[in-house]
Design a protein around this ligand. Structure first.
Ligand code: G3P
Ligand code: CA
Length: 269
């Protein structure tokens, strides 16, 4: 079986498709999930936010203009914040044409649609609560949806789900709401601060440019909330040489837009 994210064994780091296989298909869409599945990549990462009418949608930026045609469809609604649009309005947007004409008509997925697609592919998820300060209560709502979709059963908790955020407060809330969920804090706390983070986070997922073998060792020496050593995934690593370098530091996972490139670089011959 595929090892869980953050569980480097003899096979090298786990490869996680960042925003789906986002080098090859529009980020955070079902097409990007499908592309990762077609490559045989088991883990994907996504970003979750909330619409004006309280629906959870998969989107990285706080605003819609970079990855959709919102300026054309709603020209007078600047600055086009996700939180100012209803789910029905967002469902009208094209989230694929900016990436390439073959993806025209691709939609912004709701989190529910996204989870259903992952389940169909038997994929696993690193789910990022994005900009939680904009969305009070989003942690509870996200966990309710995950539970409803069958993602908080023992198997998913053990092997198929990690919830992460740049906000330590948000990660702490997720851990408090459902202590069985594996969580990750996005950042690079000082080594001396790691025990404090390890009270609520199982992983420290770090910008690869900030990592070193020494930091990874320090991290692995600290026990997380589930009694196992802290793990670390490096992001966003898109070249074979960088992948080999961070694998050499001993990271447990690599989050990448180009999972095929990274897998080829770090898997054993
Ligand atoms: O999973 C790590 C990475 O996604 C964090 O950065 O900006 O791509 O969400 P960002
Ligand atoms: Ca992310």
């Amino acid at each position: 079986p595929t090892p869980p994210a953050g569980a480097a064994g003899g096979d090298g780091p786990v490869v996680v498709a960042h925003r789906g296989a986002s080098a090859y298909a529009p980020e955070n869409t079902l097409a990007a999930v499908d592309r990762a599945a077609a490559m045989g990549i088991g883990w994907v990462e996504n970003d979750v936010q909330r619409t004006k009418d309280g629906r959870l949608v998969v989107m990285h930026d706080d605003t819609l203009e970079r990855t959709t045609d919102v300026k054309r469809v709603f020209p007078h609604r600047a600055p086009w914040r996700v939180k100012d649009f209803t789910a029905a309005e967002i469902a009208r947007l094209d989230a694929g044409r900016w990436f390439g004409t073959r993806y025209a008509g691709t939609r912004v997925p709701t989190l529910r649609q996204y989870m259903e697609r992952l389940s169909r592919h038997h994929q696993k998820l690193v789910l990022e609560i994005k900009s939680p300060e904009l969305y009070p209560g989003i942690e509870r709502e996200t966990l309710e949806l995950l539970a409803d979709e069958g993602w908080l059963d023992a198997e998913h908790l053990r092997n198929r789900l990690v919830v992460q955020s740049f906000s330590a407060a948000s990660v702490r809330r997720v851990h408090a709401l459902r202590p069985g969920i594996r969580t990750a804090f996005l950042g690079t706390p000082k080594a001396s601060e790691l025990p404090a983070y390890a009270r609520f986070a199982d992983q420290i997922n770090a910008a690869y440019t900030k990592l070193s073998a020494r930091y990874v060792s320090a991290l692995h020496a600290v026990g997380g909330p589930h009694g196992k050593p802290l793990k670390v995934c490096a992001w966003t690593v898109n070249t074979a040489s960088d992948a080999r370098r961070v694998a050499g530091f001993g990271v447990d996972g690599i989050i990448t837009n180009a999972p095929d490139v990274v897998r080829a670089a770090v898997s054993s011959p």
